[in-house]
Design a protein around this ligand. Sequence first.
Ligand code: NAP
Length: 306
Amino acid sequence: MSVIYHRVALIGLGLIAGSMAHAMRRAGLAGEIVGTARSAETRKIAAEIGLCDRVVETAAEAVAGADLVVLAVPVGAMGAVAEEISPHLKPGATLTDVGSVKRAVIDAVAPHIPEGVHFIPAHPLAGTEHSGPRAGFAELFDNRWCLLVPVEGTDPAATARLRALWEGMGANVEEMDADHHDLVLAVTSHAPHLIAYTMVGVADDLGRVTDSEVIKYSAAGFRDFTRIAASDPTMWRDVFLNNKEATLEILGRFTEELFALQRAIRTGDGEMLHDYFTRTRAIRRGIIEAGQDTEAPDFGRVKERR
Ligand code: NAP
């Protein structure tokens, strides 16, 4: 594949930016990758492992002369970073972000975009519970979705170029409106994370089951909650603070369903429980058929252990 952006600046060097650097290199999509992070420690590690072609100290330095600037910091930090880099952006450059929430990021970043710079928010639907400059890998986006959320009046050629970059990194790309994005993600990602955090918290608080029992017998479902609940605390705090409305709407519905299931258990309504679980099993089948997860038992871990 050929170079899509002559120079790419990555602001923040964690899981997502690191994976982008690896994936861009894999396909030769960037002429040069320049990166920066808030802490000297992260910049040092990134330089040591050769994550970017150049690691620089400030975001202003990183964006100078860049054709594509990627904000890959927690959602709550996007506005301040945009303000800092705004006077240094090259005319005609594209500014994008990878934040898990879109409306709040647009509200925080858009006021700082200078005339002649294309702002195209994005969100790759791929991740792991790991973070930091060593967490990234080239395959993270392969066959995963990346949603582009262009604001009104965006130049279609600039959007097409960003789409080509994500496709070159292995992703399938779709465009979506910001509010719809936030609702979809509240259902598919944000509320499930909160539920996992809660379940792990409950197990931790429950004095009648010892910590060693929880760990020892966790294969019975709990283990998958612990993986999700190990996700980065700063990132997830910011997600909930910035996607309040949609998350609260979904959690409200979740609570209603939970009460209905609770009542079915109390009243011995086996038919209700069976019907409900039959419906949810079909959703799992749909995810596998769409190629978004493995059909292997226990997510393929059975094979791994052999
Ligand atoms: P990460 O591994 O924790 O890395 C975050 C980076 O942002 C680090 O380089 C960190 O610098 C920097 N940073 C943190 N707070 C900052 C601040 N206040 N100002 C400036 N820089 C700051 O995070 P990530 O998983 O790559 O997530 C980055 C973005 O991608 C987030 O907006 C997240 O919502 C989104 N996202 C995440 C996932 C996922 O599953 N992880 C999936 C899709 C999208 P230091 O290391 O120097 O602290």
